[in-house]
Design a protein around this ligand. Structure first.
Ligand code: ADP
Ligand code: MG
Length: 387
């Protein structure tokens, strides 16, 4: 995030609100390297931050008014009273930043208003967590301006609460933690049970590799209902196995657990995905820590097969990215994010970026799918002040 962006956002703030912002902050979107749908099972995830960020210029107000504007929405600022903010009352984009103000106040922090102007380069609805970037950038700005003294983990929790309760989306803790806590050149190994975390060196460029993100530009309308079903199925699986969460089923006990589930075929599939996925995260961590980065490729591919065949949340476009990239020489590939569309990640040797990108584009054209959007994902910094 260059200073130039901070300056543009600051200038627009001046035009809108007639004064300098007190500061400018940035928070990134994220890609999950491995650990899919494990976060609501108390399991492991491993996201890293994108160079794409939501940027916010913010000033405090002392009259109880919250004014919100997004460069990407194209209407005038929305004006709200902080005392009137109530969960479920807002179905527009403003629910994300308002929800953060609401969650901070609910947690006992005295906020007397703010002027906010936002602009984001995180693609919206592509599974790259534009929503968490929006929440975290506002939370960090208010944390600094109002001297709340909250750490990244605490801000992430409050942002998750904003999205769960205020916006009404039952998301886990991964996205907000990634946006708040990631470090450049690292992936974040996060235990979603106790939020303990470890920064794992993940500097692909130094090792002659690249990680591509392929946004299929597909957003299935039924994804929320399907997410709810998977979540409920995982909870049922945990209950049938007598554990608090599927995280508590050790990989070594998987066969016995599946046997105990008898003819609950659907639940067996969900359990198998979660238990093997947690093991894959641990395997990727140990491969990266021992410097065997190329060897994570096949683990990503196993993860994709599990999401496609057991968890059943892939779609033809995501499968086509993975199959085509692997056939064109990629080291590994898998869908990432919630599923039914969104993005896939592809690990390639630096020299293979062009041929793999072209192969995917050609395959999409041949299948008459929308032209996918491909970009390189460099593990980048988490939320920070930029101006
Ligand atoms: P994802 O987080 O995967 O991008 P979500 O559906 O969780 O998808 O969040 C997307 C929503 O976040 C958008 O519909 C919009 O309400 C809000 N949003 C994202 N980026 C912006 C932006 N730049 N300006 C205003 N709202 C945004
Ligand atoms: Mg989101």
């Amino acid at each position: 995030m260059g200073e130039a962006v901070a300056e543009t956002v600051g200038e627009r703030f001046r035009e809108l609100y007639g004064a300098e912002p007190e500061g400018v902050w940035a928070a990134p979107g994220r890609v999950n390297l491995i650990g899919e749908h494990t976060d609501y099972n108390d399991g492991f995830v491993m996201p890293f931050a994108l160079p794409h960020t939501a940027v916010a210029a913010v000033s405090r107000r002392d009259d109880g008014i919250l004014r919100l504007h997004s460069a990407d929405i194209g209407a005038g600022p929305v004006e709200l009273r902080v005392a009137d903010l109530a969960p479920g009352s807002d179905k527009a984009w403003t629910a994300y930043p308002s929800g953060v103000v609401w969650a901070l106040r609910e947690a006992g922090h005295e906020l007397t208003g703010a002027d906010v102007h936002l602009a984001s380069t995180v693609p919206s609805g592509a599974g790259l967590s534009s929503s968490a970037a929006l929440e975290v950038v506002v939370a960090l700005a208010l944390n600094d301006l109002y001297s709340l003294g909250l750490c990244g983990r605490q801000l992430a929790r409050l942002c998750q609460r904003a999205e769960n309760v205020y916006v009404g989306a039952p998301v886990g803790i991964m996205d907000q933690t990634a946006s708040a806590c990631c470090e450049a050149g690292h992936a974040l190994f996060l235990d979603t049970r106790d939020l303990s975390q470890r920064q794992i060196p993940f500097d692909l460029a130094a090792e002659g590799m690249r990680l591509l993100v392929v946004d299929t530009r597909v957003k299935h309308s039924h994804s929320e209902g399907e997410y709810g079903k998977r979540r409920a199925g995982c909870e049922k699986g945990a209950a049938l196995l007598g554990v608090d969460a599927l995280r508590d089923v050790p990989y070594a006990d998987l066969d016995a657990a599946l046997e105990r589930l008898g003819d609950e075929e659907e639940i067996r599939r969900l359990v198998r995905h979660i238990v093997t996925e947690n093991e894959r995260v641990e395997r990727v961590v140990s491969l990266l820590e021992s410097g065997d980065t190329r060897a994570i490729g096949p683990v990503l591919v196993e993860g994709h097969a599990s999401l496609r065949d057991d968890f059943r949340i892939s779609c033809p476009e995501l499968d086509l990215v993975v199959d085509t990239a692997l056939a064109a020489g990629a080291l590994g590939a898998r869908m990432t994010g919630g599923g039914f569309g969104g993005s896939a990640i592809v690990l390639v040797e630096a020299a293979d970026v062009e041929p793999v990108t072209e192969a995917v584009r050609d395959a999409f054209a041949a299948a008459a799918f929308k032209t996918p959007r491909t970009f390189e994902a460099v593990p980048s910094a988490g939320a920070r002040r930029v101006g």
